[in-house]
Write a protein that binds this ligand. Structure first.
Ligand SMILES: O=P(O)(O)OC[C@@H](O)[C@@H](O)c1c[nH]c2ccccc12
Length: 252
């Protein structure tokens, strides 16, 4: 399979860079904070379960947010985020493994590592509670899901189509992220989540990813069955704690 077939030039460049990056030289063993439990606890508490993403920049963002990642993490948690996501991709998203390390040392909520992981040893770069695996970009999804679990990580498998959702489920994913962004065209359509969510079994933790900007968007994804919302850009623009508080307080 040629994983980069039919994807936007920015993504091709992201994948080429990902293939160049090495991995860790020893196998990590992490004691993970449970992401599903953190999302459920927020819900119990009457909060919209938001995974707040620290994303300094991206190929679809204008400008950059170069604040201290720890300060951003604290603002997200103060605003009520149930969990955090930290970009570790350096070349296109301005992230770093070190930012994740510092954030995870500071906060007590679960932290997701957001990167383009292609090979097993790339899991060994930095400890996190959950790791993103993008179905479209991984050749042996079941193998990487197992490799992630062997290290103690909770794999969050990202999908964008029915076929990828089925692949994620057959690979044994317990947490599935449905990305509303089409990586081939780079546009966002919230109906992606609405169309795919009904095909996931009840016991899978479902995360709606990308393009959630308003309280209405948050409510819409919750009505469609999202157990968690992964939000980056809309939180990063302006006052991070206030932005988070607004989405966390959205009604259904
Ligand atoms: O900034 P947004 O539209 O709220 O999106 C967050 C997140 O879903 C997005 O950053 C993302 C989804 N899948 C990814 C894979 C790699 C890098 C980034 C992503």
């Amino acid at each position: 399979m040629n994983a980069s077939e039919g994807v936007a030039p920015a993504i091709e460049s992201i994948l080429a860079a990902a293939d160049e990056r090495g991995g860790g030289d020893r196998r990590l063993s992490v004691a993970a904070r449970s992401l599903p439990a953190a999302l459920a606890a927020a819900e119990e508490d009457g909060r919209v379960p938001v995974i707040g993403e620290i994303k300094p920049t991206s190929p679809t963002t204008d400008g950059r947010r170069d604040d201290d990642p720890v300060a951003l993490a604290e603002a997200l948690v103060d605003g009520g985020a149930a969990a955090l996501s930290v970009l570790t991709e350096p070349d296109h998203f301005g992230g770093s493994p070190d930012a994740l390390r510092q954030v995870r040392e500071t906060v007590s909520v679960p932290v997701l590592r957001k990167d383009f992981i292609r090979r097993e040893e790339q899991l060994d770069v930095v400890e996190a509670d959950a790791v993103l695996l993008i179905a479209q970009f991984v050749d042996d999804l079941a193998g990487l899901v197992t490799a992630a679990r062997e290290r103690g990580f909770q794999p969050l498998v990202e999908v964008h189509s029915r076929a990828e959702l089925d692949d994620a489920l057959s690979a044994g994913a317990g947490i599935v992220g449905i990305n509303n962004r089409d990586l081939a065209r780079l546009d966002v359509d919230l109906s992606t989540f609405e169309e795919l969510a009904p095909h996931a079994p009840e016991d899978v933790t479902l995360v709606a990813e990308s393009g959630i900007a308003s309280e209405e968007d948050a409510a819409r994804m919750r009505r469609a069955g999202a157990d968690g919302l992964l939000v980056g850009s809309a939180l990063m623009a302006g006052d991070v704690a206030a932005n988070t508080e607004r989405l966390v307080g959205a009604e259904r």
